[in-house]
Design a protein around this ligand. Structure first.
Ligand SMILES: Cc1ncc(COP(=O)(O)O)c(C=O)c1O
Length: 213
């Protein structure tokens, strides 16, 4: 089994899914794709990377996705062949011995999917906004909503987070000891509904200052 994220949650880059599936086919392996950062964000309809590449229904592909990111709810799903689903329903201990998804969470995720169906342009909007933020930070545009900016050290990273917070911008931060030494990073998440002038213009100016010294 080959396990990948369609969009990596730390660096925001994309896995080469079509090429990986070719390798999996050659070796009889299953390709398990975590679409946590793909669903609602990648593909022209926000359908996720595997569906956009038309490999989601491939019998050798299994998808996992969370309802907690673009769908703004809680819980997750496994999308696979009837055999995979049957196997999990009968043998996956975390599934069998856990409480089922709360109806409110399932309902919220379903409603969010309805919004995405009605407004598929939201997926392109979030990628457009993440590209603008990435440009301001001097890094490549990410594949999805999350972008990562390397910082010289944990102190610089924390100082940037604090300054941004004072300006109403919330930034995540990866730093030792939860990451290896020398790998402090800011982690920004773009939304589809940032206002181009009221939100993004100011944020881009500030990020330019914070990330480029
Ligand atoms: C790549 C990836 N997969 C899965 C998850 C799990 O998300 P949750 O526990 O909110 O369903 C996350 C959450 O951060 C993630 O980044």
């Amino acid at each position: 089994m080959v396990l990948v994220e369609s969009v990596y949650s730390v660096l925001g880059d994309a896995a080469p899914l079509a090429e990986l599936l070719e390798v999996c086919r050659a070796h009889g392996a299953v390709l398990l794709v975590d679409e946590a950062h793909g669903i609602g964000v990648t593909g022209d309809q926000g359908q996720g990377s595997a569906a956009a590449l038309r490999i989601a229904a491939d019998p050798q592909v299994v998808l996992t996705l969370t309802l907690s990111k673009s769908l703004a709810s809680q819980g997750g799903a496994v999308l696979g062949s009837p055999e995979v689903r049957d196997h999990l329903v009968n043998t996956a201990r975390p599934f069998i011995y856990d409480t089922g998804l709360a109806p409110a969470a399932a309902g919220a995720a379903l409603a969010a999917l309805g919004v995405l169906r009605e407004h598929p342009e939201l997926a392109a909007a979030v990628r457009h906004n993440s590209a603008l933020l990435a440009d301001a930070c001097g890094v490549d545009a990410p594949a999805g909503a999350v972008l990562s900016v390397a910082m010289p050290g944990p102190h610089e990273a924390l100082a940037a987070v604090a300054t941004a917070a004072q300006h109403g911008i919330r930034i995540g931060c990866f730093r030792p000891p939860s990451t290896p030494d020398g790998t402090s990073r800011l982690r920004l998440t773009a939304h589809a509904d940032h206002h181009p002038h009221d939100d993004l213009a100011g944020a881009c100016l500030l990020l330019k200052e914070l990330t480029r010294g």
